[in-house]
Design a binder for this molecule. Structure first.
Ligand code: UN1
Length: 508
């Protein structure tokens, strides 16, 4: 396919230098709204590039870990300021490579700004605890230690925000990094790495390597010098990452799939429930792990909710995300569009009622992109595959429920547990839902998307492996606690055994 100008060539960033991959191979990054447009050529590296990047990070760790955390944080502050200044340009580039509309890519860059400022603040807040020892003239305290080289594997749906969730806590705690961004959206991660480098991150501390999961991601997480792996992506790949980390007990944090539900109760304000279902289901073309891909509606509200929801979905303007009128962009790739189309067929075959959409968009402004109509399946049975499996596209399944209890049971009866939502004006029912939802994030009267950076992010069951990103929670993943006892008694004192001058309280 033709392009007007020669595409820009990007390189890996290893040990402070922009370098070509050892094998000289490159891959294309194309605009999913207009596949004639090549955003750039990026290195299709292999394990040799990975090895060089890990070695740079290993060397750099020796000095970076000794830089005082408040000084590391100052670099993050500067980086956040640069991101603010370049927000519009970075958002524009992100829409070109990822497809989501400009409002959303501005939000993605803003989320990176928020996380960078937040973690910069943490540089002066790496508090441990001090505690009295049970023995006299003895003191105890805890402090955070960096872990070493961290390998970060990031997805294409939040190409700057999610890398920032992982890079910022890792850096401020004194770890060094090799990041491998998704091949569909490497440019936004480049922008972030460049920004941090400009802000003063020393050579070798932050390295970026692009390429396929097989050729670069896999050797990266398996490299013996990597001590920590953070991965966001599918549950299927997450399991492999987990298995690869297990033999060497690498710290491993996984953020995986979702099948998030909005529960609309009879007493809900239906207008805001519909607003929420539209934004939660079709925002980012449904390509969020937090997407509201199910809406469970109590029976008295069912007909009216569905009617309004379908009318709004039909009216959504699909188009190139750079156009101000567009409300929903394309799918990220041909294969993602094919997955969506396959699920439409699956839904129809299993008897879900196609209430709107169901086709890919063709011709005119859609001719060169991976566009699909906003699609709603109505009257779904919770056992249907479209109501249980993550589709990661603009497809929402609406499921009727007889009662609050049944709605909550349906909501929890999937393998994932990321986000959930309830629309109600009854405080008792809201608190019952908050308690019963088996997810890491719960919203009341708001959709399942929209997490903020100063609160923990993550999910239960097949969504995660017990860790949380963002907020103070991230600090616990990117550091180890060191517990320190200082005995200034000038004699041997035995914990649990020597009771000393303080008697026998509570002992036989
Ligand atoms: C994701 O979909 O992987 O809460 C992340 C949200 C965003 C982050 C989504 N702040 O929807």
């Amino acid at each position: 396919m033709a392009t007007a100008t020669a595409p820009k060539i990007y390189r890996n960033f290893i040990n402070g230098e922009w370098v070509e991959p050892k094998n000289g191979k490159m891959f294309e990054n194309r605009n999913p709204a207009n596949t004639d447009e090549v955003i750039g050529l990026f290195p299709a590296g292999d394990q040799r590039d990975v090895a060089a990047a890990v070695e740079a990070a290993r060397q750099a760790f020796r000095s970076w870990r000794l830089v005082p955390a408040p000084k590391r944080a100052e670099i993050l502050f500067r980086a956040a300021q640069i991101l603010v200044a370049r927000k519009e340009a970075f958002a524009h580039d992100m829409t070109r490579e990822m497809g989501k509309i400009l409002d959303e890519t501005r939000g993605d860059v803003q989320e990176a700004i928020d996380m960078t400022y937040y973690m910069a603040g943490e540089g002066r807040r790496q508090f441990g605890v001090t505690a009295p020892s049970e023995l006299p003239d003895k003191f105890a305290m805890t402090m955070r230690m960096p872990i070493g080289v961290s390998a970060l594997i990031t997805p294409w749906n939040f190409p700057m925000a999610i890398p920032s969730w992982k890079i910022m806590p890792s850096l401020v705690l004194g770890n060094t990094i090799v990041i491998k961004p998704a091949s569909d959206t490497p440019l936004s991660t480049y922008h972030l790495v460049e920004t941090l480098t400009e802000a003063g991150v020393p050579r070798g501390v932050l390295n970026i390597v692009t390429g396929s999961g097989h050729e670069t991601g896999d050797p990266l997480i398996r490299h013996p010098a990597v001590r920590l792996v953070s991965f966001t992506g599918s549950t299927e790949v997450g399991r492999k990452v987990s298995e690869a980390c297990a033999p060497e007990f690498k710290h491993c944090q996984l953020e995986m799939g979702g099948k998030n539900a909005i529960v609309v109760l009879d007493d809900a304000n239906l207008e805001i429930a519909v607003d929420g279902a539209i934004w939660g289901g079709f925002g980012t073309t449904g390509q969020r792990c937090t997407a509201a891909s199910r809406v469970i509606v109590e029976k008295k509200a069912y007909r009216e909710f569905l009617e309004r929801f379908v009318a709004r979905a039909k009216a959504l303007r699909v188009g190139n995300g750079l156009e101000p009128a567009a409300e929903m962009g394309p799918c990220i790739s041909q294969s993602q569009l094919s997955t969506v189309m396959e699920y439409v067929e699956i839904g129809k075959a299993e008897g879900a009622r196609l209430a709107c959409g169901g086709h890919k968009l063709e011709g005119g402004p859609y001719a060169k992109g991976w566009f699909h109509e906003p699609t709603i399946f109505a009257d779904c049975d919770p056992k249907m595959r479209v109501a249980r499996e993550e589709i990661f596209g603009p497809v929402v399944s609406v499921i009727p429920a007889d009662s609050l209890d049944q709605a909550l049971e349906i909501a929890c009866d999937v393998q994932y547990g990321l986000s959930s939502s309830v629309y109600t004006r009854n405080v008792n029912r809201a608190f019952r839902a908050i308690r019963e939802f088996d997810t890491g994030i719960v919203y009341v009267n708001a959709p399942t998307i929209g997490a903020e950076t100063h609160l923990p992010f993550g999910g239960t069951k097949f969504t995660g492996n017990g860790h949380r990103e963002a907020a103070v929670a991230a600090l616990d993943f990117y550091s180890e606690w060191k517990t320190v006892y200082v005995d200034f008694s000038d004699r041997l004192q035995r914990a649990q055994i020597d009771t000393g001058a303080f008697g026998q309280v509570g002992r036989e």
